[in-house]
Design a protein around this ligand. Structure first.
Ligand SMILES: [Zn+2]
Length: 110
């Protein structure tokens, strides 16, 4: 699996953890993401839209080697997107530390 796919899988997992905690009252369903081992994750419509957008932008990143998005000049994301990524990473990162899943944090995305 390449690094991009690995990173996107972490984002898919983190969004799933975040959505379960914050949007449990919404209808949540599996989403076809074309990423390995993500078929059991469930998302509300909003988080599914967020994730599809994030994956599409990341797959289309024109920069090679890709810099960390934090240090990027292109700013390809729509307004509010990076803030949302940050919120999800912060929340789910903490939740996973509490559950002892530090291994999932090594490949940090943004
Ligand atoms: Zn959600």
């Amino acid at each position: 699996m390449d690094k991009e796919t690995k990173d996107l899988r972490v984002l898919a997992l983190f969004t799933h953890v975040f959505c379960a905690a914050h949007h449990a009252e919404h209808v949540r369903a599996p989403v076809a993401l074309e990423l390995p081992k993500t078929s059991s994750y469930r998302y509300c419509a909003d988080c599914a839209d967020f994730l599809r957008y994030a994956i599409e932008r990341r797959r289309r990143c024109p920069l090679d080697p890709r810099p960390s998005c934090k240090h990027c000049e292109v700013h390809c994301y729509r307004p509010g997107h990076r803030e949302r990524v940050r919120e999800i990473m912060r929340y789910s990162g903490k939740a996973l530390i509490k559950r002892g899943r530090l291994d999932l944090l090594w490949h940090y995305l943004f």
